[in-house]
Design a protein around this ligand. Structure first.
Ligand code: NAG
Ligand code: NAG
Ligand code: NAG
Ligand code: NAG
Ligand code: NAG
Ligand code: NAG
Ligand code: NAG
Ligand code: NAG
Length: 503
């Protein structure tokens, strides 16, 4: 009985003792793992261990065990202590209690702030979102991840940088933006307040219709691009192309671009006309000035003709080169070539081709061709060969405008002499013109008309030629040899040679 009394007196009930101790940090940051460890002098004697926070029991164990807060929150701040029931003596138990320890859980970082730059973005421009916060100085090396949201939907998650660039924002992207910062382990996360972003739209202005090739000039069979553009305007713009003269609509395209193209792959003559385009954005519709489209026909196959005075072409002749591309739209640049050497270039601003006169003062036999060019590609005619020979005749006309006109000279034994005009008539000239391949007889002029007159020492060979007009050559006509004639009486002749005949 005394013993029991003694026991009762000595049993320490709910005493704060040195037997049970508590170990835990005083400070922690959100997300930390915090261990509250209570232990006795001999843990084997602990029958029940209870953890308290702010006076409320938070855990009970039936052996020695620590209490772990795996992801600390500020709400975990408070006063912690433990109580333990332990075997004291034989069947007598006693209760021990620790002192209490105050834990303060601090913020790892405050809620981030979202900054939008520029503040008033215009459509199509880039925008930078920054999610700024500050880590506790002694935890500044903690890795943070960032997420960005528009109207609650993630635009970008788990981004390692606090800045997020959007290359182009459109009006439809206006809304409430926010961001979130989070530790890499996801233990702590905080969201910013929402910021309202209103993307500004610039209305369309300065609508312009241009063509490629420029100037509205297109070649038949080629491609023409109608380029419609605006000087200003953002967002989706609807471009439409129209023909003013026929009222026809050629198509439309909607795109987030300040220019759009309409392709006419193969231009025909029917495409010529006046065109304009329009640009529409929201309720603004702006029209361009009209542009004239002209369809040019490119050169295709120029034809070269060479006209010579006679059946044969002799040294001294004048020939005419005619080059023409019948369909080509003017202006056309024609070039003439002899054996690849340029003879001349002539530009014509209306149809009908062009003629080039060539005097065959020397032997210019060989290949001729012409080239026509009206801007697309130069085209060559087929090659025309010209055979220039020495006149085989024993007669000639000198000092005329061409070899079919002039003072009459005949050759005897390697010497050239003249013919007297006694009885000189159209029959004689007809034979002469035939012999020279110069066509029909035209006149019987006096030789004096073709100065300079013959040299004093040059003989007169024929006094009278008595041709009946059908002979092939002057030599076939009956003749009277010269006996009394001066060079002031020399005969002349004009044949029709100027009426050139196609070669
Ligand atoms: C601890 O307590 C157990 C059980 O009461 C006992 O067996 C053991 O000897 C004690 N150890 C120490 C070091 O006192
Ligand atoms: C366009 O063509 C019309 C006639 O079709 C003409 O009156 C007008 O001058 C032309 N404009 C230009 C810029 O060539
Ligand atoms: C050119 O020659 C061709 C044939 O070679 C002929 O058909 C055409 O009429 C000639 N043109 C002229 C202008 O002489
Ligand atoms: C002219 O040019 C063509 C091709 O360009 C060539 O085949 C020809 O031999 C040339 N002729 C002369 C005479 O140079
Ligand atoms: C004709 O034009 C061509 C090319 O432009 C040039 O090389 C040539 O010399 C010109 N010919 C003459 C005779 O001027
Ligand atoms: C040129 O004409 C002469 C005389 O008519 C003839 O003998 C010669 O063979 C011709 N040459 C060519 C290349 O045609
Ligand atoms: C003219 O030149 C061509 C080629 O160069 C030659 O074949 C021909 O014999 C020449 N004719 C005369 C009359 O010299
Ligand atoms: C003209 O002269 C030629 C050659 O002397 C002769 O053959 C021909 O019969 C003559 N014709 C006339 C119609 O006299």
């Amino acid at each position: 009985m005394l013993l029991w009394l003694l026991l009762l007196v000595l049993v320490p009930v709910g005493i704060r003792s040195d037997w049970l101790s508590i170990e835990m940090p005083r400070h922690a940051y959100e997300g930390d793992r915090v261990v509250v460890a209570c232990s006795g002098e001999n843990n084997s004697k602990i029958k029940r261990l209870m953890y308290y926070k702010n006076g409320h029991r938070i855990a009970t164990y039936h052996s020695a065990s620590s209490y772990t807060i795996s992801n600390a929150r500020s709400s975990d701040s408070g006063s912690y202590y433990c109580k333990a029931d332990r075997t004291w003596f034989l069947f007598v138990d006693t209760t021990e209690e620790t002192t209490s320890v105050r834990l303060t859980v601090q913020e790892l970082f405050p809620a981030p702030r979202l900054t939008v730059r520029p503040l008033l973005p215009t459509e199509g421009n880039s925008v930078t979102l920054s999610c700024d916060t500050r880590l506790a100085p002694d935890r500044s090396r903690t890795q943070l991840r960032y997420s960005f949201f528009r109207d609650g939907h993630a635009l970008k998650s788990g981004w390692s940088s606090s800045e997020f660039g959007i290359s182009a924002l459109w009006k439809e992207d206006s809304g409430y933006y926010s961001c979130e910062a989070m530790t890499a382990t996801r233990s702590v996360s905080r969201r910013s307040l929402q910021s309202h972003v209103e993307v500004q739209r610039i209305p369309v202005s300065g609508v312009l219709l241009e063509t490629q090739p420029p100037g509205g000039q297109a070649f038949e069979g080629n491609r023409l691009v109608l380029v419609c553009s605006v000087a200003e305007g953002t967002g989706e713009i609807t471009f439409s192309w129209h023909r003013e003269d026929t009222g026809e609509s050629l198509g439309s395209k909607s795109q987030r671009s300040q220019r759009s193209e309409l392709d006419i792959l193969v231009i025909g003559e029917s495409h010529a006309g006046r065109y304009y385009c329009t640009a529409k954005s929201d309720d603004d519709l702006i029209q361009s000035e009209a542009v004239n489209i002209t369809v040019r026909i490119p050169v295709s196959q120029p034809v070269l003709n060479i006209s010579a005075p006679g059946a044969h072409t002799y040294i001294g002749d004048i020939v005419e080169l005619h080059c023409e591309d019948k369909r080509a739209s003017p202006p056309v640049l024609y070039s003439f070539y002899h054996e690849n050497v340029s003879l001349g270039n002539i530009s014509v601003s209306s149809g009908g081709g062009v003629s080039f006169t060539l005097s065959l003062t020397t032997n210019r036999s060989g290949n001729y061709f012409c080239e026509a060019d009206n801007g697309l590609v130069a085209q060559r005619s087929e090659v025309v060969a010209l055979n220039v020979t020495e006149a085989p005749f024993k007669v000639r006309l000198v000092n005329g405008r061409h070899r079919c006109e002039g003072r009459v000279e005949v050759e005897q034994d390697g010497h050239w002499g003249t013919v007297c005009d006694d009885g000189w008539d159209m029959k004689d000239v007809a034979v002469l013109c035939r012999e020279l391949g110069c066509g029909a007889a035209k006149h019987t002029p006096a030789g004096m008309l073709y100065p300079p007159v013959a040299e004093e020492n040059q003989p007169v060979f024929i006094q009278v030629a008595l041709c009946n007009g059908t002979e092939e050559a002057l030599a076939e006509c009956e003749q009277v040899e010269a006996f009394d004639c001066g060079h002031d009486e020399d005969a002349g002749a004009v044949c029709e040679a100027l009426l050139l005949r196609p070669f």
